[in-house]
Design a binder for this molecule. Structure first.
Ligand SMILES: [Mg+2]
Length: 188
C-alpha cells in the first residue's frame, strides 16, 4: 500500500525567511527554524510519515550560492531539527532559474512528482505545505492536498493557517487523524 507524506517548502515554512533586501539564505548561520516546525516534523516522524523538503533555490543558477554551500545550509537545517528530535526523510531542491525551463521549479510539480515516485507515495493522501502561491499550485498540480501558511490565504489552497506556530496542532488534529479541515478553514 502506498503511504502518505508531508511535503514542506523551506524558506518561510522550515526557516525564517531572509529579509527582502537579501532574498536568499546564503550561509548556514543565517538559517533559523520557524516556531513550531521542529514539533510538526517530530510528530510526523513519530507516526512514521515521511517528511520531504521541496524547495526552489534559484540562487544556485544565478551564481549567488554554490551547490557545496547549499549542502552546508541543508546540513545546518538537519542539525537544528535533529537537536529537537526531528528529522527529514528527503530534501529535493531546484537549482534552476525560470530561463532554464526545467520541470522542477515550483509552481511546476516536478520535485513533488519525483518524490512521489522515489518514495512510492500516494499523492491523494499527501499534503504540500507552503507560504507562497507557487507552493500551492505545485501541490495541486501533483494531485496532493495543499496547506497555505499565510495571514492572507490563497483561494486555491485547500486549507490555511496564519503561521507555523499552529502547524503542530493542525498536523495532530487534521493530518495524522485524517479528518477534513474545511470547517476550520471556514473559520479563519
Ligand atoms: Mg517559501
Amino acid at each position: 500500500m502506498k503511504k502518505r507524506a508531508l511535503f514542506l517548502d523551506r524558506d518561510g515554512v522550515i526557516n525564517i525567511p531572509p529579509p527582502p533586501e537579501v532574498r536568499y539564505i546564503l550561509e548556514p548561520d543565517a538559517f533559523h527554524l520557524m516556531p513550531g516546525i521542529a514539533e510538526a516534523v517530530r510528530l510526523c516522524n513519530q507516526h512514521r510519515v515521511p517528511v520531504v523538503v521541496i524547495t526552489n533555490q534559484k540562487c544556485v543558477a544565478t551564481g549567488k550560492l554554490s551547490l557545496e554551500d547549499l549542502t552546508s545550509i541543508h546540513h545546518r537545517m538537519e542539525a537544528l531539527l535533529n537537536a529537537e528530535g526531528a528529522y527529514l526523510d528527503r530534501i529535493y531542491f531546484c537549482p534552476h532559474a525560470e530561463s532554464d525551463q526545467c520541470n522542477c521549479r515550483k509552481p511546476l510539480p516536478g520535485m513533488i512528482l519525483r518524490a512521489l515516485r522515489d518514495l512510492k507515495l500516494d499523492p491523494a493522501d499527501s499534503w504540500m505545505v507552503g507560504d507562497q502561491p507557487r507552493d500551492i499550485l505545485a501541490g495541486n498540480a501533483a494531485g496532493c492536498h495543499t496547506l497555505h501558511i499565510s495571514p492572507a490565504p490563497a483561494p486555491f489552497a485547500e486549507c490555511s493557517l496564519p503561521d507555523t506556530q499552529s502547524l503542530p496542532q493542525w498536523i495532530f488534529e487534521h493530518f495524522l487523524q485524517k479528518e477534513d479541515c474545511h470547517a476550520d478553514f471556514e473559520r479563519l
